[in-house]
Write a protein that binds this ligand. Sequence first.
Ligand code: GDP
Ligand code: MN
Length: 379
Amino acid sequence: MKLHEYQSKTIFSKYGIPIPKGRVAATAQEAKQVAEELGGRVVIKAQVLVGGRGKAGGVKLAKDADEAEQLATQILGMEIKGLPVRKVLVDEASAIDQEIYFSITDDRAARKPVMIASAAGGVDIEEVAATDPDKIIKVHIDPLLGLREYQARDVAVAIDLPRDYWKDFIKVAMGLWEVYKNTDASLAEINPLVITKDKQMVALDGKMMIDDNALFRHPDLAEMRDTDEDAPAEIEARKYGLSFIKLDGDIGCMVNGAGLAMTSMDVIKLFGGEPANFLDVGGGADSKKVAAAMRIILTDPRVKAVLFNIFGGITRCDEVARGILTAMDEVKPKVPMVVRLVGTNAEEGRRLLEKANMITAETLADAAKKSVEAAKKGK
Ligand code: GDP
Ligand code: MN
C-alpha cells in the first residue's frame, strides 16, 4: 500500500524528522485558508500516488494566499499520469541550498534493508542512477542490529555532506529507520531532503510503501489507504481476501495457491500465451469467493479465455465447481473456459461442470495448451 506525501511526512514528523509546516486541502478555498494561516510563500503540491509530480506541473510555488488559491484550482483540475488530483498539500515554501536523496528500502537479493543516499537528490534522481551510479551510495542494514549511528555517519561522509550537518543527518537517518521498521514499510523515502538557505535540514517530500501483508497489525495505517486510485478489481479482490494482480495478457487465471498460480502462468507462457492476471483464491475457498474471483476475471474486457487450475486439498473441487456455476449464472461469460480439477471431490466437481460446456483438461500442460488455443481463436 502506498501512502500519500502528506501522510508519509506526518509519520516522519512523529519520529523526529523535521518537515515543513503545512496541511492538506481538498478545495482551492481551503488551500487559500491554509496559505493565509502559514503566511508568506507556500508550495502547492498535488497529492497523487505517483512519482514525478514536479515534472508534470503538480508542484508550484505561490507568493501569497491569492496565488495559492489560483494554483490550487489549477492543480486540483489536473490529472497526473492518469490519476485525477483530489487533494493538494499546502506547505510553507523552503529556500533550497541543496537537495539530497535519502531512503531505506528492502534489498530482496541481499535479504536485508538497504539505506540509499545521494548528494544529487531531487527530480532527476532516476537519471543520476542511470548515468552516474557512483553518485548513489548504498549501505546495508543488519536487520537484527538495526541501523547504527556510525553507518549513518559513513553515509554523510560518502555524500560529502558538510560536517555541520552530520548530526542532523544522523537524526533523520535514525528516525527514518524507526519509521521503516515500525510501520513494516518496504520503502521509506525522502526526496529531496534539503538543506535550506538558513541552514536547516528538512524532509521536503515523503513517500512510503507499507507491506500489505503486515497491515493487520497496523490498523491506523490500513485506514489511510486511498482506494480512489486502486483499480476497482483490486478493491473487490481485497474485499473477498483474494490475492489478485492484473497483468497485460488475455488468459484469465483462477488458481488456488500462489505457487500453483505462478506455475500456471509460466506454463501458459511456455505454450505461447499471456496471462491476464495472477489470482490466488487461497486455501479452502468457498463458492462465494470463487464466484467473486470469476466476476473479477470476466469484467476485464481483454480476457479471451479463462483457465481454472484447481488442486483440491483443503479446497474442495465440488465447492469450486459450484462457485463457478453461480458466477456463470450471474456473469454469463462469452469466453471459452478451460478447467483442470484434481484432488478432493474432483469427480463430483467435474460432473457439475459438464453441464456448463467447459473445456476439461487432465494435466496442467493440456489445460494451458487448450486455453492458449481458445484465446487465439477468440481474437
Ligand atoms: P516529486 O516531483 O513528485 O518528487 O515532488 P517533490 O515534492 O519532490 O517536488 C519536486 C521538486 O520541487 C523538488 O525537488 C524541489 O526542487 C521543488 N520544491 C518542492 N518544494 C519546494 C519548496 O518549498 N521550495 C522550493 N524552492 N522548491 C521546492
Ligand atoms: Mn520528490
